[in-house]
Design a protein. Structure first.
Length: 114
């Protein structure tokens, strides 16, 4: 019975949807990003996020990763859009596996004038 003290709850089925789901907002704009922060001691930190500027603010405020609390970020050095969360997570692992020289080459290539 519903609402009885100590009794079992009966879950009612969810009513059917009255139409198709609303289209995704800005479907063509990537919602996930991989990024590399250059920390104040010259080291790199790699991660993924849905909003790079917000994530940088979190890292700078000490609410980001444990690493960036000990090594405060100096700048957002590299940002790369990803099509979905799984791709962003895979790319983050690939970026973390790169040597420092390869990360620096990526950063330089992105920041070079076109």
């Amino acid at each position: 019975m519903l609402g009885t003290k100590g009794g079992d709850c009966i879950l009612l089925p969810r009513p059917p949807r009255k139409g198709p789901r609303a289209p995704t907002y800005n479907r063509g704009v990537p919602d996930y990003y991989c990024y590399i922060l250059e920390c104040s001691d010259g080291t790199f930190y790699t991660g993924w996020t849905t909003d790079p500027q917000r994530r940088l603010r979190q890292h700078c405020a000490g609410r980001g990763a444990r690493y960036t609390r000990a090594h405060p970020p100096a700048r957002l050095a590299f940002v790369e859009p990803q099509p979905d969360r799984a791709a962003a997570m895979r790319r983050e692992l690939a970026l973390k596996a790169l040597s420092r020289a390869r990360k620096q080459a990526l950063i330089d290539a992105q920041s070079a004038p076109k």
